[in-house]
Design a protein around this ligand. Structure first.
Ligand code: THU
Length: 161
C-alpha cells in the first residue's frame, strides 16, 4: 500500500494582473451574469469562451421550473462553441458569479458536470484550455481544464485498459 499525493498548480491573481485578452474575457463573463435566467436560485453565472481564432462565445445559466432541465453557464457556452465552431479549439473559459446584488467575493468554482464537459472540450481538441474563475477578492487561473478534475473519466477509460 502507498499514499499518492495529487498536486495542482494554479495562479491566484487580481483581475488587473491578467493579460489584456483574459481580462477582457473576464469582463465579458461578468457582463453575461446579467443575462442569466435564474428566477429560482437568483444565482447569476456568466461565462465567456475564447476560441483559437479570437471568436468569443458567451452565455449564462438557464433555469427551469422543472429544476433538472436547467443548465449551467459553462455548459451553455461550451456546447454553443462546440456546436457552432466544431473545428475551432477553445483556448480559454472565464466564469463569474453574481448574487445578492454583487459579484461573489470568492472565485466561483464550477460544478462537477461542467468540469467534465470542460475536460471533454480539452480532449476533443487536444489543446489545453485555460479556466479563469473570477471573484471580487481575486481570480484563480487553471492552466488546463484537467487540473479541475483529477483522475477523471475520459474516452480512454472506455477502452478498459
Ligand atoms: N451554476 C452554474 O451556472 N455554473 C456552475 O458551475 C454552478 C452552478 C448555476 C446553476 C443554477 O442555475 C445556479 O447556478 C445555482 O446552482
Amino acid at each position: 500500500m502507498k499514499e499518492i499525493t495529487l498536486q495542482t498548480q494554479i495562479t491566484a491573481c487580481t483581475v488587473d494582473e491578467l493579460d489584456a485578452e483574459l481580462r477582457q474575457l473576464v469582463e465579458i463573463a461578468k457582463q453575461k451574469t446579467q443575462d442569466a435566467y435564474c428566477p429560482y436560485s437568483h444565482f447569476h453565472v456568466g461565462a465567456a469562451a475564447l476560441l483559437n481564432d479570437g471568436t468569443i462565445i458567451t452565455g449564462a445559466n438557464q433555469e427551469n421550473a422543472a429544476y433538472p432541465s436547467g443548465i449551467c453557464a459553462e455548459r451553455t457556452v461550451l456546447f454553443a462553441a462546440n456546436a457552432n465552431h466544431p473545428h475551432t479549439p477553445v483556448k480559454a473559459l472565464a466564469i463569474a458569479c453574481y448574487t445578492n446584488g454583487h459579484f461573489t467575493k470568492q472565485a466561483g468554482t464550477p460544478c462537477g458536470a461542467c468540469r467534465q464537459v470542460m475536460l471533454e472540450t480539452e480532449h476533443r481538441y487536444g489543446q489545453d484550455m485555460q479556466v479563469i474563475l473570477y471573484g471580487e477578492e481575486g481570480c484563480y487561473v487553471f492552466h488546463k481544464a484537467t487540473d479541475l478534475l483529477p483522475l477523471s473519466f475520459v474516452s480512454d477509460n472506455l477502452k478498459g485498459d
